[in-house]
Design a protein around this ligand. Structure first.
Ligand code: PLP
Length: 408
């Protein structure tokens, strides 16, 4: 067992005496030591403890014997622990969680699992991620489904977005596909209001809501049972700060979803080993062998986050830092903020000068040379800075100073 793995945060739920003791919190993350990091919406940093947990898990499985009974028990235990940890984060029961490898796979399970009929309509926003859009396009052509595009990129608040979405839903709208926290403009969808309003619109066949939760899981407090969403796809490697190759999908019990990808993890077998059906919980959408040590790494990452306060505490901290960055960017000549008021969560988009993609590409590269990590967004064209609960005012000041120096 390496030193980092025996860190006290290894025990999930261990409390920390100094919430948001930034110096100690940041010291856990090798990537944060020399960088002003603003790409949490792309990928979160791994804590030293999470890295050690993954490495130790690979070693432990070799030690136990990779395909032995001991290893099998370890896999079962580790998988159950992760499912429970994710369910707690989402405010749901473990049986509603399917483990996937990323957000896109979760969206694919929901998108392909609808029993599409010609003439059905799918409502998609113009703020969805390219992989989701590509899947929707293929479904449209394969099943003669009509796609309605709801333009949200120009809207700056959740209420306006909910109103636009409701307006765009018709009787044949079978599935509504949106992001909970828009990855480009950083607007947070008022999901509970939306699902209530959706329920009042007549539907020719059952209508469901799929949320892409790439930016919300790990950044905002969640209780999916209260939100009333049908499908909620998320990833471990962004705001949860887990390893790449981990993610999940929540499926509301009673929702209308057929499995598309089927494998031994999702089926039950009879006494002679013959497949006799699908499991009756979230495991039915899981397929086959995965990199199980990553599951241990994601559980550890979740436990590490929880050391710094409740989901609500961490969200308040994220909003405070985001508001600070938003204020400071407002002081920089030739920088324009997309948001008209303090950000809803941790995403703070802005543009420089006339905001062409070329200018932003140059700025992103120029800032990275100075150890400041922000990414470009194509639509609407902008630079995107994300702040986490362990971001500091110092990070924000560094970004602002580099912009001021470069813009002269
Ligand atoms: C809104 C949104 N959806 C989907 C993705 C893709 O994530 P993944 O690679 O986990 O599927 C991203 C990643 O940036 C995203 O921001």
């Amino acid at each position: 067992m390496s030193q980092a793995a025996s860190h006290p945060s290894a025990s999930p739920g261990a409390s920390h005496p100094h919430p948001f003791d930034l110096k100690r919190c940041r010291a856990d993350y090798p990537a944060l030591r020399d960088k002003a990091y603003f790409n949490y919406g792309g990928q979160g940093p791994l804590s030293a403890g999470a890295i050690a947990t993954i490495s130790d898990a690979f070693q432990e499985l070799q030690h136990l014997g990779p395909f032995g009974r001991g290893a099998g028990d370890w896999v079962e235990r580790t998988t159950a622990q992760l499912r429970q940890a994710l369910a707690t984060e989402l405010g749901v029961t473990p049986g509603t969680i399917t483990l996937t490898e990323n957000v896109t796979m979760g969206c694919n399970i929901a998108l392909w699992g609808v029993d599409w009929k010609p003439g059905d309509r799918l409502l998609l926003s113009d703020c969805e991620h390219p992989g989701v859009v590509g899947t929707v396009q293929e479904i449209a052509s394969r099943f003669s489904v009509k796609v309605d595009l709801c333009e949200l990129a120009h809207l700056r608040d959740g209420a306006a977005i909910a109103a636009a979405v409701i307006q765009a839903i018709g009787p044949n709208t079978r599935l509504v596909v949106l992001s909970h926290l828009l990855w480009n403009t950083g607007v947070l969808l008022p999901v509970a209001e939306l699902t209530r309003a959706m329920a009042a619109i007549p539907a020719a066949r059952s209508r469901q809501l799929l949320l892409d939760a790439a930016q919300s899981v790990g950044s905002i407090p969640l209780n999916l049972e209260e939100l009333g969403v049908d499908f909620y796809a998320f990833t471990g490697h962004k705001w949860l700060c887990g390893p790449e190759g981990t993610g999940g999908l929540y499926v509301r019990p009673g929702s209308d979803l057929r499995p598309t990808f089927i494998g031994w993890r999702g089926v039950t077998v009879d006494a002679i080993g013959w497949t006799n059906g699908l499991r009756d919980d979230g495991r039915r959408h899981e397929v086959a062998t995965s990199a199980y040590p990553l599951y241990a790494g994601l559980s550890r990452a979740i436990a590490d986050n929880n050391r710094w306060g409740s989901a609500r505490d961490r969200f308040e901290r994220i909003k405070t830092i985001a508001a600070y960055l938003w204020q400071r960017l407002g002081e920089v000549p030739r920088v324009t903020r997309l948001q008209l008021q303090e950000p809803d969560a941790g995403i703070v988009p802005f543009w420089v000068d006339d905001g062409t993609p070329q200018i932003h590409q140059r700025w992103s590269a120029h800032l990275e040379q100075q150890g400041i990590f922000v990414r470009t967004i194509a639509h609407p064209p902008c630079l995107r800075a994300c702040v986490h609960h362990f971001s500091s005012e110092g990070d924000c000041d560094r970004l602002v100073a580099a912009l001021e120096a470069g813009l002269g």
